[in-house]
Write a protein that binds this ligand. Structure first.
Ligand code: AHR
Length: 317
């Protein structure tokens, strides 16, 4: 697909943005390359960034890569041709970005990574990474599960998009923490691509192939959407999520809290998608020539279903 054919939405703000030199005649223009729209979390992240840019009088050229890494690189090249002032990149996968990021740097366009990291030999190819610590999230999910199940479980793991930093790091953190509990074992693991539909399909297949003498007693899903799909599959198989199988996931979206209130989901590790203010602060600092930290870690919290009803009215996504 040619760069010009990409789904690019131009958002024009009413007010003008402030430029690094203090002039207000021309708004700051940002290229925002979003990974896709696979989950409620990602939709909330997109909204947070677009709303915040609008409030700050910035123009955003928005490109949804729809889960296609090739398309995402084309979007970056199209931003390059359009001479945007800065780029926000939420990478689908970790690898493959080095060449295009070199082109972007040669054009002196700063890149802020939001939500996910990339693996590059030269870390100077981006200015900062604003994201959660996915390894810590995986560890927190495992520690919570071990505590809830007394250190004994046969776990089905629904992994996120293959090659993405949250899938890799949430699997690693979970496995590292689990190694402390000899009675806790991951007995099945497969990618559900961070979507509810795939989470359901993969869980259905797990349950069908299961040996009734050795059933799974827990599900660890790398995001809430897959957990919600898995819950549908568990119920369709005549089992009770939250009782026969303890389900823990990551994100903390409103749908997860509603499922916890219903008793279907047991816990979620919060990973905030409300990154707009942080990301645009970083862009403005960089354009003003001020230093930014290389890494901003978005903090996590664990919510169990016992806390869900009280917390639900506070959820912002
Ligand atoms: O990168 C963050 C992850 O991507 C979120 O946990 C998931 O819901 C999303 O699709």
């Amino acid at each position: 697909m040619r760069a010009s054919a990409l789904p690019v939405l131009l958002l024009l703000a009413t007010a003008c943005g402030e430029r690094p030199d203090g002039a207000t005649s021309k708004p700051v223009t940002i290229g925002f390359s979003q990974a896709g729209a696979e989950s409620a979390w990602r939709t909330a992240e997109t909204r947070s960034i677009l709303d915040e840019a609008k409030a700050r009088g910035m123009v955003v050229k928005f490109a949804d890569a729809q889960g296609d890494p090739e398309k995402q690189q084309q979007a970056l090249r199209s931003f390059l041709l359009q001479r945007v002032d800065a780029i926000l990149l939420a990478p689908i996968v970790e690898t493959g970005f080095e060449p295009v990021l070199r082109e972007v740097r040669a054009a002196k366009i700063p890149v802020v990574l939001v939500d996910r990291g990339v693996r590059v030999a030269d870390e100077g190819l981006y200015a900062t990474l604003i994201a959660a610590d996915f390894v810590a999230e995986g560890r927190a999910a495992a520690a919570w599960l071990a505590q809830r199940l007394g250190g004994n479980a046969r776990i089905a793991e629904l992994q996120g998009t293959t090659g993405s930093s949250p899938a890799l790091d949430r699997a690693r953190g979970f496995a590292e923490e689990l190694a402390k509990y000899p009675g806790m074992k991951v007995v099945k693991s497969q990618s559900g691509d961070f979507t509810r539909a795939r989470g359901k399909e993969v869980m259905e297949a797990f349950l069908k192939a299961e040996d009734p003498a050795q059933p799974c007693t827990a599900v660890y899903a790398h995001n809430d959407d897959m957990a919600l799909g898995a819950i549908q599959a568990i119920e369709a198989a005549g089992r009770k999520p939250g009782q026969d199988l303890v389900v823990v996931s990551i994100d903390g979206v409103r749908g997860a809290f509603e499922a916890m209130v219903r008793g279907q989901l047991d816990a979620t590790v919060e990973c905030s998608p409300l990154l707009g203010p942080l990301a645009l602060d970083a862009v403005q600092q960089i354009l003003a020539g001020r230093p930014v930290a290389r890494r901003h870690v978005v903090p996590l919290r664990v919510f169990a279903k016992e806390q869900a009803a009280a917390e639900l009215p506070n959820r912002r996504y």
